[in-house]
Design a protein around this ligand. Structure first.
Ligand SMILES: C=C(O[C@@H]1C=C(C(=O)O)C=C[C@H]1O)C(=O)O
Length: 326
């Protein structure tokens, strides 16, 4: 399985043609709930604006694909991996709907035998705005997700929890039955699931990264969660975008370094030049040029990299970066 970013509606990219599609996520200027489109799940999320380019993230495979719909979940599987997407429409309080969407996804993964959830994306409208009861939408979301994980026998994987530009919550997941993932923490950050109560009644359920082993015995793939300028559990470098970018990059470097992988029982290691499928979330439009310039310096020229001008999960975070090392 491989992730590709296609910059326009064009289907002509050579590395997509003729391959199976497990899922498409269109980062677009409006949203659409997931459906089956050309035999594969397609979710359209409202996350591109006037100053950032829409693109489609495509999960491709060389194995035969079987797609399906179950309740509000849309999915496709290839025997090794499954992609699954669901949308939660706008409502006053999200936690019950989030718990139920996660539980339905978990039930599907269990029934089809993809018991190793390794990556999830949570795209939350008005993420730092308040719900109908005055609780921040992100905290409300975290309550529902945590309740679902309390009952899930598996481990908590890598994730992104980020703002989107329309109300409601879009979720998509990747799980596997090939190989055992290892979920990684960052030596410089408090595990998010242990954040103190000041950040919300239920801590965010995610790991800093998830490692999937390779079939050929090489280091394998590290799915890096959305990473920001947080040290311990504190946001660092308030109102300083350049310093927040550097702290974010330092966090990613520490996370995927040989030393940290070894701590988690994984041989090998990566640096920023090994990242691909990179998404860079920037809160304030006026910071885009600086962030683009810095990312162009540190990430490989050949990497797929997309910029999105959206809110981050804490009001004081100006930037967040995710990617895949391998
Ligand atoms: C930036 C942070 O968290 C964000 C929120 C996440 C979530 O709730 O799933 C996952 C990673 C980040 O997108 C952080 O706490 O460091």
């Amino acid at each position: 399985m491989e992730c590709l970013f296609v910059k326009s509606a064009c289907h002509g990219r050579a590395d997509v043609v003729g391959r199976g599609v497990l899922g498409r996520v269109a980062y677009a200027r409006g949203g659409q709930p997931p459906t089956l489109h050309e035999g594969a799940p397609r979710l359209t999320v409202h996350m591109a604006g006037d100053n950032t380019e829409p693109f489609t993230e495509i999960w491709v495979t060389d194995r035969p694909v079987r797609a399906g719909v179950e309740g509000s979940l849309v999915y496709a599987e290839d025997g090794d991996h499954i992609f699954c997407a669901v949308r939660i429409d706008e409502r006053g309080v999200y936690q019950n709907a989030v718990q139920s969407a996660y539980e339905q996804a978990f039930a599907l993964l269990s029934r089809l035998g993809y018991t190793e959830l390794f990556r999830m994306w949570n795209l939350v409208g008005a993420i730092t705005g308040d719900n109908a009861e005055g609780m921040e939408n992100y905290r409300d979301f975290c309550v529902g997700r945590a309740r679902a994980f309390d009952k899930w026998p598996g481990r908590i994987p890598a994730a992104t929890g980020i703002g989107s530009l329309s109300p409601g919550i879009d979720l998509y997941f990747l799980a596997t039955r090939a190989g055992v993932p290892r979920h990684l923490e960052n030596p410089n950050q408090t595990p998010a699931y242990k954040y103190p109560k000041q950040y919300g009644p239920k801590s965010p359920s995610f790991a800093r990264a998830t490692h999937l082993p390779a079939a050929d015995g090489s280091t394998g793939t590290v799915y890096v969660s959305g990473t920001a300028s947080i040290v311990g559990d504190d946001t660092v470098h308030h109102d300083d975008i350049a310093a927040q970018v550097d702290a974010t990059l330092a966090n990613i470097e520490a996370l995927i370094s040989p030393g940290n992988l070894r701590e988690h029982g994984v041989e090998g290691g990566y640096g920023l030049k090994d990242l691909d499928s990179i998404k860079v979330y920037v809160r304030d439009e006026h910071d885009l040029p600086l962030v683009r310039a810095r990312c162009a310096e540190v990430f490989p020229d050949h990497a797929d990299i997309a910029y999105l001008n959206v809110d981050v999960c804490r009001p004081d975070l100006l930037v967040e970066i995710e990617g895949i090392a391998g």
